[in-house]
Design a protein around this ligand. Structure first.
Ligand SMILES: Nc1ncnc2c1ncn2[C@@H]1O[C@H](COP(=O)(O)OP(=O)(O)OP(=O)(O)O)[C@@H](O)[C@H]1O
Ligand SMILES: [Mg+2]
Length: 254
């Protein structure tokens, strides 16, 4: 069995979000497929965009695959961020793709994909990643892709194969999963979290009449990490994470 140090020696993909890298003992083990899961408006997209932008600033080209929202609309939302520079896109370090357009080009027009169509989709994503030299990928959201895969078997197959192809290319991936606030599991179909190498949960916490955003790393293969709940603050300089102390108060806060 590997010792603690050996286990923690896996090369890291530093997210660039300081609080998250600290929670993860240096970053996400490179090549991991991470489920970023949470209910509406909890900061999933913002977190993923920041992960991509920091990567493209440090020679790790990023790709954001949008499924639910057209990329041009999404781009308008990230322009105000201090850490975002539009030249990342013009210089080819950061790419945005609408998955519905990819479906159309591949002739994947059915509401439900079969095994073969799943394979076509994986291979299309893999070629884009390969051609553009992508090292960080975000799919927002994987839940929307899963709607078309329907069966747990297809979903398992899709995430496993995609994860392994991406990992072989040294690409670290964040897959966004949408759940309702009351959900006891971390994904709609209940299989995504078991297959992913990591699960980061964003949520809401009501405190003195205010609705705070929270973040918790539930699992991350290949590293030791904190499992504590943090308060997630979305600011123009990016995601800030502050430990949530027992009893629900925020460290350093009132
Ligand atoms: N820089 C910012 N400062 C403060 N609030 C912000 C900032 N950026 C985004 N927000 C707010 O954060 C909220 C959620 O952000 P985000 O879109 O990242 O969450 P999400 O979990 O992806 O939501 P959805 O479920 O709609 O996809 C938005 O409602 C937006 O108003
Ligand atoms: Mg979102």
């Amino acid at each position: 069995m590997l010792g603690r140090d050996a286990r923690d020696r896996r090369e890291r993909c530093k997210t660039g979000i300081e609080g998250l890298d600290n929670i993860l003992n240096g970053g996400v083990p490179r090549g991991n497929t991470v489920l970023v899961t949470g209910s509406v408006g909890t900061g999933k997209t913002s977190l993923c965009l920041e992960f991509l932008v920091h990567g493209s600033n440090s020679n790790e080209p990023g790709l954001y695959v949008s499924v639910t929202e057209p990329c041009d609309k999404l781009l308008k939302n990230i322009i105000p961020y201090d850490f975002f520079d539009e030249s990342l896109i013009t210089d080819g370090k950061l790419h945005f793709i609408d998955l519905p357009i990819v479906y159309e080009r591949l002739g994947l027009e059915k509401a439900e994909f079969d095994f073969e169509e799943v394979a076509i989709l994986i291979s299309a994503i893999a070629s884009i990643v390969h051609e553009l030299g992508i090292k960080r990928l975000v799919i927002d959201s994987i839940t929307s892709v899963c709607y078309r895969l329907k069966s747990q078997e297809n979903i398992r197959d899709f995430i496993l194969k995609l994860g392994s192809v991406l990992s072989e290319m040294g690409c670290t991936s964040f897959l966004v999963s949408e759940i309702s606030p009351a959900e006891e599991r971390y994904s709609l179909y209940g299989v995504e979290e078991a297959i992913a190498d990591g699960v980061i949960v964003t949520g809401n916490l009501e405190r003195r009449g205010d609705l705070l955003r929270t973040l918790q790393v539930v699992k991350m293969r290949g590293t030791m990490h904190s499992r504590a709940k943090y308060v997630l603050d979305l600011t123009t300089v990016g995601v800030l994470l502050v430990p949530l102390l027992k009893g629900g108060s925020v460290a350093g806060g009132g």
